[in-house]
Design a binder for this molecule. Sequence first.
Ligand SMILES: Nc1ncnc2c1ncn2[C@@H]1O[C@H](COP(=O)(O)OP(=O)(O)O)[C@@H](O)[C@H]1O
Ligand SMILES: [Mg+2]
Length: 494
Amino acid sequence: MSQSLKPLIETCVPRDDVRSGNFAAVDFAARLEQVVTDPGSYADYGLPERFFSLTYPTNGMKRLLTGVFGRLSGQDVAGAENPVLRFQTSFGGGKTHGLIAAYHVARGYRPGPEFFDALFDEELLPADMGVSAVVGEQLDPVNGVELSGEVAYTLWGAIGAQLGPDAWAVVAESDAARTPPGTGTIKKMLGGRPTVIIVDEVAHYLRTLATSGSEDVRSLARALPAFFKSLFEVAAEKGSGLVVVITLATEKDAYGAETDQVATLLESTVGEASSVLARQEAVLVPASDHEIAAILRRRLFESIDDAAASEAGAAYQALYEHLVASGESLPAGAGQPATYGATVAAAYPFHPELVRVLDSRIATIPTFQRARGALRLLAATIGFLWAEPIGTVMINVADLPLTSDKVLYELTERLGKERFRQPAEVDIAGPRAHAAEIDNARFASKPFAARAATCVFLHSLEQVSTVGAGRGDYLLGSLRPDDTPEVYDEALNS
Ligand SMILES: Nc1ncnc2c1ncn2[C@@H]1O[C@H](COP(=O)(O)OP(=O)(O)O)[C@@H](O)[C@H]1O
Ligand SMILES: [Mg+2]
């Protein structure tokens, strides 16, 4: 059918930490607090050059950076009319990653035009900007938190401390009195400098305050709306030079009630603070479904051979054309092989079917956490495939090595699905599994049964009523350009 595709170990170079299985970025959670306090020992995120080289410029991120910095530099670009931007998605969707990008730009790094809308002019950015980046989890209303040498007990105190000694001097008493500063004090705190105020995980902070055993702390929860109202009012003033960015998780996550509360607060206060402009708070989504493959590629690989990607696209296109011509019906767009072939090339070395299964099906399991879960699983997969190369030409659903303990852990214990480990071990993974017996007996040890069973296993993990893989699902998730559907049918019927 096609000329055989080259093994991935010849066409792609994984990033060092991925290849060694030694992820410095612990967990693939981006941590803003660490970027601010200890960037040197958090190189992937803390050092801007490295950070942007690992970052795929999603539309959401471009809109965030263009909006924030367009406003601060007075450019007439999309989003610049918004004094408050909200970055919202589920856990692991890239909120903090976007905030870190904004932080680095505010601190003076220039990532290049790739990270902004086309009309944006980096040259116009002010040389000196104020920036404060506070994480809800880091604030401590009882013991205080040390920031730039000051101990702050409140959100406004933390912001002031980070903006510098002059700002702290203005707001220190409001912090000590646990009372939000008014608009005049906030403006004084900004000192006329263009400023970005970033608050990550504000719902978490609100929960801490509201559920405290101390009445004093609970009263801070009631003061928070007043502070935000003043802050947004200042931001909305013409020429204020202030932009506020906050993140909220989507409601199905933890802190649902607080998230609702903050969302309502934002909608009402931003609305009140700015009757002039119709819509002053923009809600941006860090990454959409079709961008996940690009994020995975950029984050996990140092380089990917473009020619190999095109060859893979062409080979899979030919495979699906052949299947469609012989009457198979394929899900997820693969029934239009011409366009789907281009999708394969763009996602290479990940098969788009794997990305689909992870992002829209396995991601229905709340503990998976979207980009983060996919990154963890695929990093473990790459570590294994590079340590014990078996000639893999594309990483599809059936190529997930369940024989790797790390990979299996990500799909079972990690997702609260311990009960799936044993069936995986008995039926699918390893030389003694049922699948290996079939492969040995029928397919001269070629792993068709193991591949088909891996595919079925992945689909059985989903949390939706239609669990299980249909014929189209396992053909799309298992078949390689040199395979025929019949062997997979035979494997599954054995
Ligand atoms: N545009 C992107 N480019 C590269 N990696 C990204 C991008 N967006 C998110 N990530 C990575 O995905 C993972 C989850 O993102 P994170 O910002 O921690 O999510 P959230 O804050 O929404 O829970 C992190 O490892 C992060 O670095
Ligand atoms: Mg986060």
